[in-house]
Design a protein around this ligand. Structure first.
Ligand code: 5AD
Ligand code: FES
Length: 349
């Protein structure tokens, strides 16, 4: 096997076996990466041209009853200052976002029991009623099928639920009282209900091997989600994984490029975590095939409280500032902002 032959095959067939993916991850050289990145960017351009979609992110609660060992807002992180946005505050974020041109709002939060189906349905349906041309994305973890259905019926279009890692031993070692099987089952349920679905994983989780990263790529190929969020693991000192090494920009870029070739039409965010590790991290991701950015619309006074990992960027910046900043960054690497809803290609509304 030669790495270059495998890259050619991946570019041609958009598929590789787990063994072939592991071989690439184990052996790829810097020159071979450049070939891969050329193909992954060409693939993105074939379907999306030079455009990058913008989504406005609203981090509406940092209460969470889960205890994921990597996450800065886990329940047992007693130093996290907790907050919840009211419906009015969320509507104000959308109002400002709409004015700034956003046509997708991403409501993200911890798994917060305060947000019952009833509360969420009211918020989502109010947003959809007030702004007819926006897409609403929800990202609030694992819920029952009945709950997902209510959220969908209220008008939510998309749901983000990273699988975090597709290896069940690793998954269960970093999540207390959670199982990969239930995570996967949520993802399949969400897809069956009719959401555009986002899965995704972290790169550089302590104990993660190339074999496991290949399992992540195989899992997303089989699930075939509309979006895949991939970011480096960044240790947070107040969490059980705080003392471990984090993931790297290089490894994350490699996984982004492989994902673009495995799922050519996928919506692939250039994540804030990449921008946190490297001032040019998000631009680098766009150059290897990412085509979505998710600037923050949360009120500035709560931003630093949504500290999933340390030194998260943009915590002091107004929404309007991030909007401009990101556009400048996108333009700096030769791409253009598309402020439309940015649905998955071929999606029927
Ligand atoms: N480092 C990087 N990403 C993290 N996330 C949570 N904690 C961390 C961390 N310490 C990611 C998870 C989650 C998403 C919202 O943020 O993948 O799904
Ligand atoms: Fe927020 Fe650059 S995107 S300051």
């Amino acid at each position: 096997m030669r790495v270059l032959d495998l890259i050619e095959k991946l570019n041609r067939e958009n598929d590789l076996s787990k063994e072939e993916l592991v071989f690439i991850l184990d052996h790829i050289t810097e020159e071979e990466k450049q070939v891969l990145y050329k193909y992954s960017l060409e693939t993105k351009e074939k379907y999306y041209g030079d455009t990058v979609y913008m989504r406005g992110l609203i981090e509406f609660t940092n209460y969470c009853y889960r205890n994921c060992k990597y996450c800065g807002i886990r329940a047992e992180q007693s130093e996290a200052e907790r907050y919840r946005l009211s419906k009015d505050q969320i509507m104000q974020c959308c109002d400002q976002g709409y004015w700034l041109g956003y046509r997708t709002f991403v409501l993200q939060g911890g798994e917060d029991p305060f947000f019952t189906d009833e509360v969420l349905v009211d918020i989502i349906s109010s947003i959809k009623k007030r702004w007819k041309d926006v897409a609403v994305t929800v990202s609030i973890g694992e819920r029952s099928e009945a709950s997902y259905k209510k959220i969908r019926e209220a008008g939510a279009d998309r749901y983000l639920l990273r699988h975090e890692t597709a290896n069940s031993d690793l998954y269960e070692s970093i999540h207390e009282d959670m199982s990969l099987a239930s995570r996967k089952s949520c993802l399949y349920t969400l897809r069956d209900i009719g959401f555009q679905v986002g899965a995704g994983f972290m790169v550089g989780i302590p104990g993660q091997t190339n074999d496991i990263l290949a399992e992540d790529l195989r899992f997303i190929k089989d699930l075939d989600p509309h979006m895949v969020g991939i970011g480096p693991f960044i240790p947070h000192e107040k969490t059980p994984l705080g003392g471990f090494k984090g993931g790297t920009v290089e490894d994350t870029l490699l996984m982004l490029a492989l994902t673009r070739l495995m799922l050519p039409k996928v919506l692939l965010p250039s994540t804030t975590a990449l921008g946190t590790l490297d001032n040019k991290g998000r631009e680098k991701a766009l150059k290897v095939g990412a085509n979505v950015v998710m600037p923050n619309l949360s009120p500035t006074n709560v931003r630093e409280k949504y500290e999933l990992y340390q030194d998260k960027i943009c915590t002091g910046d107004e929404a309007a500032h991030c909007r401009q900043c990101i556009e400048g960054r996108i333009n700096s690497v030769g791409f253009n902002v598309d402020m439309g809803r940015g649905d998955y290609d071929g999606w029927r509304k």
